[in-house]
Design a protein around this ligand. Structure first.
Ligand SMILES: CC(C)(COP(=O)(O)OP(=O)(O)OC[C@H]1O[C@@H](n2cnc3c(N)ncnc32)[C@H](O)[C@@H]1OP(=O)(O)O)[C@@H](O)C(=O)NCCC(=O)NCCS
Length: 138
């Protein structure tokens, strides 16, 4: 297994993984253009896992200088339970730690058992508004 930075050529494979895991919800947030913006964002880490030259998993998150926040880890269903999720989580945690992070949160845990296995515990629940324009209208 190889873990490396996301590259533009990975877009289709990452979209397919997210769709297979029902994590492809909004084009403007999860779609190809958003992926390219995340890649260009200095605060973000966006990595993929490759098996035999094929992209089979991804993780992405952000460090704002104080807190590290993971948004998604996703492994293609046929490749799950082979240690790929663990490898992605470990690599992104190391990267945030190297930037200065002391803790790591995940916004939408999905498979709670996975996070519990690696020591995550449920704390406050996040609240969300979409679309963002509504904030000033309400
Ligand atoms: C959750 C997910 C990222 C885990 O990736 P993975 O590659 O399958 O996990 P790993 O093989 O690295 O798992 C390592 C350990 O974590 C634990 N684990 C993994 N998935 C688990 C689950 N669904 N429930 C409970 N524990 C789990 C197990 O202890 C596992 O070790 P084992 O297989 O020897 O028992 C993957 O299943 C996935 O993409 N799920 C769908 C999307 C999702 O919910 N993502 C998380 C929210 S962003």
């Amino acid at each position: 297994m190889v873990i490396r930075d996301f590259e533009p050529k990975d877009v289709d494979a990452v979209v397919a993984i997210l769709k297979a895991n029902q994590q492809y919800n909004q084009e403007e947030i999860d779609g190809p253009e958003a992926m390219l913006r995340v890649r260009a964002c200095d605060a973000a880490e966006f990595i993929v896992a490759e098996e035999d030259g094929r992209v089979v998993g991804m993780a992405r998150g952000v460090y704002d200088g104080s807190r590290a926040l993971l948004h998604i880890i996703s492994v293609a269903p046929p490749y799950q339970r082979r240690g790929i999720g663990k490898a992605l989580l470990c690599e992104i945690a190391k990267r945030f730690q190297a930037r200065g992070a002391h803790d790591l949160a995940v916004t939408v845990p999905g498979e709670v058992g996975f996070w519990q296995r690696y020591g995550f515990r449920t704390t406050t629940r996040i609240m969300l508004i979409h679309p963002i324009e509504k904030v000033c209208d309400l």
